[in-house]
Design a protein around this ligand. Sequence first.
Ligand SMILES: Nc1ncnc2c1ncn2[C@@H]1O[C@H](COP(=O)(O)OP(=O)(O)OP(=O)(O)O)[C@@H](O)[C@H]1O
Ligand SMILES: [Mg+2]
Length: 224
Amino acid sequence: MDESHTIWIEKYRPQKLADIVGQDEIVERLSSYVRSGNLPHLLFTGSAGVGKTTAAVTLAREFFRDSWQMNFRELNASDERGIDVVRNQIKQFARTTPLGDATFKILFLDEADALTTDAQAALRRTMESYAQTCRFILSCNYSSKIIDPIQSRCAIYRFKPLSPAAIREEIRRIAHRESLNIRPDAMEAIVYIAQGDMRKAINALQGAAIISRDIDATMVYAIT
Ligand SMILES: Nc1ncnc2c1ncn2[C@@H]1O[C@H](COP(=O)(O)OP(=O)(O)OP(=O)(O)O)[C@@H](O)[C@H]1O
Ligand SMILES: [Mg+2]
């Protein structure tokens, strides 16, 4: 792919749990699942751009290693094709045997709070029926929109908005890799714009970098 068309939030998406910044407690607990070789159903909740999807994918990679793509599936609950399609895909994936030496698969259901109460009730039954062969990771912005019976079947992880220190750390890392100079006022502008959302921070950096490799605050504000 032409380098100038690469989206940095994808280019720099952490590939390992340890590369996720600012969510140390969560990363530590997820790593302990990898070490133990077992996993409960999980519910990831928190605002946008704080690492929920990244955590689910990196967890699956480290859990299954070479067979992660065969044993991990990501579905979006707000898929425009409708909940029936999603429901069928969930069942289809959950009931088939895990591959390689995996004892179960992982199904990652993004935007689970988009499911209606009825759909969640059906999901709850699916989670129970196929718990032997499939673990679910649900992701949502608001855990209050997930019905209690599902919440009680999951270990719940509340992702916090990222601290200014965590945002600075990641922005510094990317700036270094892209050979950018970030003036202190530009860094503060990025932190201010991001409001704890790393996706916003990285997009602000990429936007400013189009203007110049020597970035000051006016360039950051120019594109947001
Ligand atoms: N904690 C983090 N450490 C490093 N990079 C992060 C972190 N959180 C987010 N990012 C960056 O932001 C991008 C988006 O993150 P991710 O998709 O994990 O967000 P999310 O929490 O799932 O958000 P949404 O609620 O919008 O789905 C990632 O590709 C990554 O580049
Ligand atoms: Mg996500």
